[in-house]
Design a binder for this molecule. Structure first.
Ligand SMILES: CC(=O)SCCNC(=O)CCNC(=O)[C@H](O)C(C)(C)COP(=O)(O)OP(=O)(O)OC[C@H]1O[C@@H](n2cnc3c(N)ncnc32)[C@H](O)[C@@H]1OP(=O)(O)O
Length: 403
């Protein structure tokens, strides 16, 4: 538990651990407002703050569409004067014990360095794509109905409610999405001048059909000229849409902004529609990155909270050094309607650690791929394929924003 009057020193420790460049006042104020003090941990050496860790009370969409309580682990730092003495380890210990006590089956985070969190049972479970799309060479083929969608400029704050309504409809449709907590809608509008690197203030358009908002895009434009003429960049912040024609109308708009020749997209879903509409994926230069790391805090409750796209009846032999309450055999029986997961004395079908379950949990990493890498051991023939198919997701999991 952190006190409000400790927050500034606590947050300064975090900023310093990330290099010490101050955040813009509006950004700092937002994170101050969003910090959940009663879920935050400070490590103190005397009266000096030397370690920080926070948690947001997220609800995360899991395969099947349920919204599951998850600790959004955040703001982790240790002062360089106190590094590699086990301060992080002690904060992770305290935090995961707390999350268990709160009764939340999951903890999730995005890592500054992916190598840090595996030892605490986290594993990359969602991925995203960064792309540099050459819009002078790449053509878009749009589906029927695209011309029925009107794209119009609007100030981001003026259409916030309509955009939030679109977002809320999308949350249950894709694993990895996070339901909005009060205040979090402000994150999408955050626009400090110091972060723009020569680009415009935040711009936005909404896509409308019959007067109803069916999608939106937020972006900056970074003008640039050379001897041959204009070569500006559209820096995409977000695009969300409810149907194929709305998606296509927004992407067509983004591809066509005058005096630009590139769309720079960051943190997009690995299966986003533009990849199926473009004439030349290579000239989009897609690059894959890990995004959300998942930790099953309560294996039984977590596996029961999601559904399985094909029937599964397997016994997992789970190893969990950091949270030993998960260690042992669990029988998971589930299908597209629901699941039970209980302790069992039956013989195991698959042996793995809690990390492999975390990786596969949202349907973005195949248990079969983990098995091929030797990270899941198949003890009953056929069990690996059965589980891999069941755990899959027709929609790639995706985390829509950092935290
Ligand atoms: C969710 C988020 O907020 S991500 C942000 C994480 N924060 C940062 O990256 C800010 C800069 N870095 C730091 O503040 C610190 O170096 C931290 C928080 C990463 C590590 O804190 P420390 O107190 O030094 O870690 P601690 O001593 O407890 O180490 C625990 C284990 O993690 C390992 N470890 C620590 N940092 C790293 C790293 N960057 N890469 C790989 N392993 C690491 C240690 O070697 C140790 O390994 P062991 O289990 O084999 O003994």
């Amino acid at each position: 538990m952190l006190r409000q009057d400790e927050w500034d020193e606590w947050y300064d420790n975090l900023i310093r651990a990330f290099g010490g460049v101050p955040e813009a006042a509006e950004e700092r104020e937002l994170w101050n407002a969003l910090t959940e003090l009663d879920r935050s941990i400070g490590a103190w050496d005397g009266d000096e703050c030397v370690g920080t860790a926070g948690a947001f009370s997220f609800r995360l969409t899991v395969p099947g569409g349920a919204s599951v309580p998850a600790a959004g682990v955040t703001m982790v730092s240790v002062a360089a004067t106190h590094r590699r003495r086990g301060v992080l380890r002690s904060m992770m210990r305290r935090q995961l014990d707390d999350v268990r006590e709160w009764g939340w089956p999951l903890a999730v985070l995005t890592a500054s360095e992916p190598a840090i969190y595996g030892r605490f049972g986290y594993a990359p479970a969602t991925f995203h794509v960064n792309a540099e799309i050459d819009t002078t060479r790449v053509r878009l083929s749009v589906p029927p109905g695209t011309d029925d969608v009107r794209v119009r400029y609007a100030k981001p704050a003026d259409v916030l409610d309509a955009c939030e309504a679109v977002y809320a409809r999308l949350v249950p449709q894709r694993p990895g999405m996070v339901a909005r907590l009060p205040g979090w809608e402000r994150l999408g509008l955050l626009d400090p001048e110091s972060d723009r690197e020569g680009a415009s203030p935040l711009q936005s358009v909404v896509a409308e059909r019959d007067g109803e908002v069916v999608g939106y895009a937020r972006f900056h434009v970074k003008p640039e000229w050379d001897a041959a003429g204009p070569k500006g960049t559209v820096v995409l912040r977000d695009v969300q849409a409810l149907d194929p024609a709305a998606h296509a109308a927004l992407w067509r708009f983004l591809f066509g902004i005058d005096l630009t020749s590139k769309v720079h997209a960051r943190g997009r879903p690995v299966d986003e529609v533009w990849q199926q509409l473009v004439s030349d994926l290579r000239r989009c230069e897609p690059r894959l990155r890990d995004s959300l790391h998942v930790r099953l805090v309560d294996v039984g409750a977590a596996l029961e909270a999601r559904t399985y796209q094909a029937p599964v009846d397997v016994v997992f032999d789970v190893e969990d050094d950091f949270c030993p309450w998960n260690t042992g055999r669990w029988r998971l029986s589930g299908d597209a309607k629901g699941a039970t997961c209980e302790r069992t004395e039956d013989a195991a079908d698959l042996a793995l650690s809690v990390r492999e379950l975390g990786a596969a949990y949202l349907g973005g990493v195949s248990l079969a791929a983990l098995g091929a890498a030797g990270r899941v051991r198949e003890l009953r023939q056929g069990a690996l394929t059965e589980a891999a198919v069941g755990f899959g997701s027709p929609v790639a999991p995706w985390l829509p924003h950092g935290f």
